[in-house]
Design a protein around this ligand. Structure first.
Ligand code: E4P
Length: 222
């Protein structure tokens, strides 16, 4: 499962990259708005930080397919051809995905709340489909269950599209989808930091250091 950061705070991305095995960064318009910076300024900085080969996903905001396609061209020109263009899985978006796929442009179908959206985006040629796990849960639907269904639909229909699971609020949601072997997950920094948060582990590490220092002296190491 590829592991991405869902954020546009350059300092935070740098920090997460220092500690964790990360494959790239995803953004959306709301995440960019939180940075309070010009979108291309912050995105270019992120591209420079993660390198030309890392995954970067950037969303188009137009409502019409032709305009989404024009945005995709501008995004790729500014941020590199391997940048994934996020397109909402609505009728105009499905049309845009079909056009972009025919041009060889990488796309991620986004705003996915139902398996049928994901199926149609995959048939249209999307590289990834991003189901919103926690937002589905908030609607009383089963976010993890629906994401597994989407993964199965792709496999059983021989579609090349991969799941890019998104909108996580806790470690359990991430673990469930790791176990299922979905293609990728994009996770906000606070949830990433929670993945390894465990008081029992911290206490065990402290006890080892304490015992060693009792034996050899304070500050001594092997
Ligand atoms: C990803 O495609 C989405 O933009 C994002 O993960 C949504 O996350 P949220 O539900 O925390 O806003």
């Amino acid at each position: 499962m590829r592991f991405l950061i869902d954020d546009a705070n350059v300092e935070k991305i740098k920090e997460i990259y220092t500690y964790y095995p990360v494959d790239g960064v995803t953004t959306n318009p709301s995440i960019l708005a939180k940075s309070k910076r010009q979108p291309y300024d912050v995105l270019q900085e992120i591209r420079e930080l993660i390198g030309p080969d890392a995954d970067l996903h950037v969303q188009a905001v137009s409502r019409k397919a032709e305009d989404m396609v024009a945005e995709a061209h501008r995004i790729r020109e500014a941020l590199g051809e391997n940048t994934y263009i996020k397109i909402p899985a609505v009728p105009e978006g499905i049309r845009a995905i079909r056009i972009l796929a025919s041009e060889g442009c990488r796309t991620t179908a986004t705003a996915i709340y139902t398996p049928m959206q994901a199926f149609l985006a995959a048939k249209a040629g999307a590289d990834y489909a991003a189901p919103y796990v926690n937002r589905m849960d908030n609607l009383g639907a089963d976010g993890i269950g629906n994401t597994k269904i989407i993964h199965d639909i792709f496999q059983k229909n021989g579609l090349k599209t991969q799941v890019l699971a998104a909108s996580f609020k806790n470690s359990y949601q991430v673990l469930e989808l790791c176990c299922y072997g979905v293609g990728a997950a994009t996770i906000a920094p606070d949830v990433i930091e929670g993945l390894l948060k465990n008081d029992s582990v911290a206490a065990a590490v402290d006890a080892f250091i304490h015992d060693f220092e009792d034996l050899c002296g304070e500050g001594k190491t092997m």
